[in-house]
Design a protein around this ligand. Structure first.
Ligand code: C2E
Ligand code: CA
Ligand code: CA
Ligand code: CA
Length: 279
């Protein structure tokens, strides 16, 4: 801020204050939302490209505010991540997804995994591993039904401690996915240093593969690299058949996106697990 002229600095300060006030209200309401059952999970199918079958799903957090209506996690998760609140939310998400998996197992539903987004901030807290063990044990969840998605950008704060945690979590049988891959300048370093199972190619690459030669080459290379490293590779944000055709050609393992389905309620994903076939 020092480099800016006096006027610029004032403008900057002014807009920051407006943001802070808005953020303050969202945060305050989010705390209430946790207690008042305004949060719930939706599930977006993950499709095996070769088998053309729904094999699992990503759990995505939803917030229905009584006055504001649906609030996007893209808006409230970053706010929660600045506070301890993200830890409470992460634990609520993990517990509610594990309860759901238990119910689906009791109902005899067939699926290979459910993936959960966990903020690296939660992963960094000393008690995460114990909480994970406790929750999966209490709900009697085979850990291999659970996948944990960690966003690539936040891996910037990853260190020896986090690496150690990831190794312990994987030893349980829980899979680790690197989310939004390619969006951070540390991408290649991350796969070198962190033991992972799944690579999720960010939708920003996928959405232009039918138009942009560079994105096509990057996507193709990422898929090849993932395969060479024995990682399962998922393309996010697949919206068109043309995009799917490219990905099929490049032998991408899995896709996720609006082409097949957006996130849906638990009842709706149950139907997709039963129906299974994409067509
Ligand atoms: P993400 O983990 O990358 O999740 C994928 C996002 O892409 C979801 O947005 C999903 O609805 C959207 N999406 C799926 N298919 C398509 C498509 O074909 N086209 C487009 N344009 N979008 C597609 P959503 O649900 O709004 O979530 C936004 C972000 O909020 C997530 O990005 C994730 O970073 C965060 N988030 C969501 N749920 C949770 C959660 O339970 N815990 C944490 N820590 N973060 C969460
Ligand atoms: Ca704040
Ligand atoms: Ca994700
Ligand atoms: Ca993602």
């Amino acid at each position: 801020a020092k480099k800016l002229g006096k006027n610029n600095y004032q403008i900057y300060t002014k807009s920051m204050n407006i943001m802070t006030l808005k953020d303050y209200y969202i945060e305050k309401e989010l705390r209430k939302a946790l207690e008042n059952h305004q949060l719930y999970m939706e599930y977006q199918p993950r499709i095996d490209v070769k088998a053309k079958q729904v094999i699992g799903a990503e759990a995505l957090l939803r917030w229905k505010h009584p006055e504001w209506g649906d609030v996007s996690p893209a808006d409230f998760i970053p706010l929660a991540e600045e506070e301890e609140l993200i830890n409470q939310i992460s634990d609520w998400v993990l517990e509610s997804v594990c309860s759901q998996i238990r119910k689906w197992m009791d109902d005899g539903l067939q699926f290979q995994f459910i993936s959960v987004n966990i903020s690296p901030k939660r992963l960094l807290k000393k008690d995460f591993y114990d909480f994970l063990v406790k929750t999966t044990t209490e709900k009697k969840i085979p850990p291999n039904l659970l996948e944990i998605e960690i966003t690539e950008s936040s891996l910037l704060i990853m260190d020896d401690y986090v690496q150690e945690q990831i190794i312990k979590i994987r030893d349980l049988g829980v899979r680790i996915a690197l989310d939004d891959f390619g969006t951070s300048y540390t991408s290649i370093n991350n796969i070198k240093n962190f033991p992972i199972d799944v690579l999720k190619i960010d939708k920003s690459f996928i959405q232009n593969i039918d138009k942009d030669h560079t994105d096509r080459i990057i996507t193709q290379s990422l898929i090849q690299m993932a395969k060479g490293l024995n990682l399962r590779v998922v393309a996010e944000g697949v919206e068109t058949q043309v995009q799917l055709n490219y990905l099929e050609n490049y032998q991408c393992d899995e896709i996720q996106g609006f082409l097949y389905s957006p996130s849906v309620t638990d009842q709706k994903i149950e139907q997709l697990f039963v129906k299974r076939n994409m067509t």
